[in-house]
Design a protein around this ligand. Structure first.
Ligand code: ZN
Ligand code: ZN
Length: 135
């Protein structure tokens, strides 16, 4: 176990994994996350800076949540993140739907079985879905 300074409050804490935050700041961040999630549900069209200001969260942190696929923007939202592969519009995660499908194909080709993640389900053909049900 390592001891590190918390990025949030600066206190020393026993670091295990994930962000460099002490348990107290982690819990606070989790509260913020729920708050932002709720806010986005009620205000799906709110711009990023408004979400950040209203909820007192950094824009960077919100983007981070989206990259982690914890937050999802809807089609009607004006907020866009760039796909890390092609620079296209991304609503959640690191890649756009198109690149994600490409990656998924490569991925399932390599391991043969579909992984059953949200992305695969969305792109599964009827035939595959029936096979999935048979299982
Ligand atoms: Zn802290
Ligand atoms: Zn892309």
């Amino acid at each position: 176990m390592e001891v590190r300074n918390c990025k949030g409050c600066g206190r020393l804490f026993n670091y295990l994994q994930g962000p460099h935050l002490c348990p107290g700041c982690m819990a606070e961040l989790e509260d913020k996350f729920q708050q932002v999630k709720e806010f986005l549900r009620e205000n799906p069209k709110a711009p990023l800076n408004v979400i950040a200001e209203t909820n007192e969260v950094s824009v960077k942190q919100i983007k981070q949540w989206v990259r982690e696929e914890r937050l999802t923007f809807t089609e009607e939202s004006q907020i866009t993140l760039e796909c890390e592969a092609c620079g296209g519009k991304v609503l959640t995660g690191r890649f756009c739907d198109k690149c994600r499908a490409n990656l998924q194909n490569e991925f399932s080709g390599a391991i043969k079985r579909p992984t059953g993640s949200v992305a695969t389900k969305k792109n599964t053909s009827t035939k595959d879905r029936m096979r999935f049900l048979d299982n």
